[in-house]
Design a binder for this molecule. Sequence first.
Ligand SMILES: [Cu+2]
Length: 362
Amino acid sequence: MNIRFFLCASAFAACVPLASAQQQQSHVRRATENGGFMQGGMHHQVATGVTLDQKLDTAAHAITLRVGPLNLPANTSHMKMPQPADLTWTIPLTGWLLSYHPHLVDASGNTVPGVVLHHVAFWNENRSDFLCPNKEEHIFGAGGELTDWASMPGFGYRVQKDDRIRVETMIHNPTPISYDKAFLEIEIRYLDDASPAPVKNFYPAWMDVGMCGNSGYDLPAGPSEKTGTIGVKFDGVLLGVGGHMHDYAKQIVLENTTGKKTIATLQAKTDDKGQLQNMPVAIFLATGGEKLSAGDQLKVTATYDNITGKLLRQGAMGIVVGYFVPTSDAQFASFRHPAKTPRHNMHDMHDMKDMPNMSHDQ
Ligand SMILES: [Cu+2]
């Protein structure tokens, strides 16, 4: 994930934003009477006229979501850019989502650089996260890298018709070129229940140094390390993991301290200024997956070297993201629940990237 994030190239994840709603008071952006919303103590204007459309291609088993039009004046930070309100994607079929392929185009279909995407995040309002039930299941995310979440052959994310997926999109434009009427398109491959070869269910697993709280944290100057521990309550396997970190990242390590085993060490790739280029992905599919047992404690350790010489407020995240396949899928049915009543004009930000002085800011 390198969504600066994720299992990217391979498989899963992406950067992003984590956390759901009510618990994340500090990142909540709320509508105000004038139509702006508070975010990180700043008012954002809401971009008007942005809608989410879906095109279902049953022959290709592909859904294309289209968010826009997005107006992207040159050299505009995400704090100054009018932002789309949260949108809802209503799942059109019962089946499995297999992969996500995001890209950006203009009204004529020409490619728009992905860097104008600050992030996009999908949250299933009908399910809770199995590691952090205080959060909704975070099923997809991407940032400016437009990380692909490739399919994992034989596995998919189970959805039911009319599930509500909240789509959070944040844009900015660090380039000197303005783009009018850009669209974020996400192609999603799926299988429906009529498909000849059903797949096994996986669930997204977000293992965060912030544990089940906020993902962003202040990054001190110089070398630093932050750890978090997550308890696993189910037997199963991890199919693979990616990592999500911010600029000045060094590495993130996932260990099973109960099993006394390092599951993955993901080295960040940064340029000479410390800007994050990508995070690798580790896939365990060939060996049948990395076994986890109920009661295991997982430790995540994120290491940074902030060469700016100053503390970066909410400048860091350290998340390992993977796909988990439980031994007993039936147990995971309990994470399903009715979607909450839509919160009128209220948006929950899950990403520290929204905060001022974040390293994502250009
Ligand atoms: Cu982040």
